[in-house]
Design a protein around this ligand. Structure first.
Ligand SMILES: Cc1ncc(C[n+]2csc(CCO)c2C)c(N)n1
Length: 224
């Protein structure tokens, strides 16, 4: 069994919760409160700045030039394609790139990005890929599912978001990360696999928490 097949079995209960989450459901049916989406866009922008650094660390940890080039390309497309969608939504909301960057991260954004960067900086290349995979994989799954809803991809506000995450290009990124993790885990001892599974499940759980945080626009409870 490929390692990704083992992970797929473990992630399914959490993915079901993602798909059922009101934030995801309401993007799909077009009823999501725009203030919630605005909050999400800002936090996601901050998230992507940190996430992109994982690709830079991946390039530094890669064992061959081809893998290094792939990480460099993903770093570029995150900063210049994915985040340009956020900047376009920002224009609709009147948020400048500077305001995006200077916004305060929520506790969930901080916890998720710091956890990934800790793993990426201190662990192996396989640890790093296990940490970043749930992000690429779960969004592609969600994008594909929402794109099946009639009219969802044409929705005047959320259509662009669905189109981007269901796109073939994002699918290829997710698949490349899956294949790399399968390759890096071939014939690895169970102890190492269990450690990777734990990292993978932690960031899978953080993905769910990100929807929850966005839906509730949750900042520090102490500041309310
Ligand atoms: C919390 C959060 N999780 C996942 C993504 C989606 N995403 C981020 S990078 C990437 C792939 C490579 O660019 C994908 C699909 C997001 N935007 N925000």
């Amino acid at each position: 069994m490929k390692f990704s097949e083992r992970l797929h079995e473990k992630l399914l209960p959490i993915w079901r919760k993602n798909h059922d989450h009101p934030f995801v459901q309401e993007i799909g049916n077009g009823t999501l409160d725009k203030e919630k989406f605005r909050f999400y866009m800002i936090q996601d922008y901050l998230y992507l700045i940190e996430y992109a650094k994982l690709f830079a660390i991946g390039a530094a940890k890669a064992k061959d030039v081809e893998t290094m080039g792939k990480f460099a390309a993903m770093l570029d497309s995150t900063l210049n394609e994915e985040m340009s969608l956020h900047r376009q939504y920002g224009e609709k909301f009147g948020i400048t790139p500077k305001e995006f960057e200077e916004a305060a991260p929520s506790p969930t954004t901080l916890a998720y990005t710091h956890y990934m960067l800790h793993v990426g900086q201190n662990g192996t290349l396989a640890d790093l890929v296990a940490a970043l995979l749930p992000c690429a994989w779960s969004y592609w799954e969600i994008g594909k599912e929402l794109s099946q809803i009639p009219g969802a991809s044409e929705h005047e506000f959320y259509g662009e978001w669905i189109k981007m995450y269901s796109s073939e290009e994002f699918g290829q990124v997710a698949q490349w990360c899956i294949d790399l993790l399968d390759e890096l885990t071939e014939e690895k001892p169970e102890e190492e696999l269990a450690h990777l599974e734990e990292i993978f499940l932690n960031t899978t759980r953080f993905e769910y928490m990100f929807w929850e945080m966005s839906y509730n626009q949750a900042m520090w409870p102490t500041d309310e």
